[in-house]
Design a binder for this molecule. Structure first.
Ligand code: PEP
Ligand code: MN
Length: 288
């Protein structure tokens, strides 16, 4: 197929470094800023399961310095028989728990028809690895008035990932944060192969902030802390970490979820690494 005559060369694409003189900073309603001096901690369960579960998680991660509460209400499960998420009820519980602890909300949207509804509750729309090239969803998120967290597809090249971001940007939404979450490899010793080399590479290629998800990136709770420290040392603007009050009983991804205590320990160990990388860890005083 011929490319259209009006197509800009790649180095002029909106996601590319040359498109802007400064780096993009994406700020959420509570003041959490991706791409600023402070490393942003996003934490919470894989899935919202109950009001008690999300409240306990929100209280715990906020006390440890997280600024953003994560939790899926629409889950992209490999099997249609696995837990699919609680839908709107889950979004309500997530929003209320976040508000009680001055946290912002990031949550996944699976379906272009749900973008408006999810945006009513979320401060940031997560587009998951499996949907990185769902172009209808990317365009709809581009039309939404909410920042977008765009995960890397598990078999996506860096070019394909930046092109996916381009779909959101070209629709007029400049607030995109990229999230490395590991790619599929030949080795099942870890769930995915966490590609930390993309962090400094993306700093050359794009002005967009980049965060790292060491939970899906490794699949193993005990590897989450060391890979979090490594991600910040490599220059990541934040982390997305799965945390559950009782990982053994989690409806999804329990094996890679930290307890509240483990997350507190990770957050406290992060300060030194962040300082060494010229950043600060933890919450700058948040509004709202
Ligand atoms: C998630 O964040 O729970 C999730 C499903 O992530 P990913 O899209 O990276 O697999
Ligand atoms: Mn998960």
């Amino acid at each position: 197929m011929r490319e259209s005559a009006g197509m800009p060369p790649k180095d002029r694409h909106l996601s590319r470094r040359g498109a802007r003189t400064s780096r993009t900073v994406v700020t959420l309603r509570n003041g959490a800023s991706f791409g600023g001096e402070t490393v942003v901690l996003c934490a919470g369960p894989c899935s919202v399961e109950s009001e008690e579960q999300i409240e306990a998680t929100a209280a715990g991660v906020a006390a440890s310095g997280a600024a953003v509460l994560r939790g899926g209400a629409f889950k992209p499960r490999t099997s249609p028989y696995a837990f699919q998420g609680l839908g709107r009820k889950g979004l309500e519980w997530l929003r209320n728990a976040a508000d009680r602890h001055r946290l912002a909300v990031v949550t996944e949207v699976l379906d272009p028809r749900h973008v408006e509804m999810v945006a009513e509750y979320a401060d940031m729309l997560q587009i998951g690895a499996r949907n990185m090239q769902n172009f209808a969803l990317l365009r709809e998120a581009g039309l939404a008035r909410k920042p977008v967290l765009l995960k890397r597809g598990f078999a996506a090249t860096v070019d394909e990932w930046l092109m996916a971001a381009e779909y959101v940007l070209v629709e007029g939404n400049p607030h995109v944060v990229l999230c490395e979450r590991g790619v599929r490899s030949f080795d099942s010793a870890t769930r995915n192969l966490l590609d930390l080399a993309v962090v400094p590479l993306l700093a050359e290629l794009t002005h967009l902030p980049v965060i790292v998800d060491p939970s899906h990136g490794t699949g193993l709770a005990r590897l989450v802390e060391p890979m979090s420290l490594a991600a910040i040392a490599a220059g990541a603007d934040g982390l997305l970490v799965e945390v559950h009050p009782e990982p053994a009983g989690a409806a999804s991804d329990g094996a890679q979820s930290l307890t509240l205590e483990q997350f507190a320990s990770l957050a406290s160990r992060l300060s030194d690494v962040a300082a060494a990388a010229g950043r600060r860890a933890g919450t700058a005083r948040l509004a709202v």
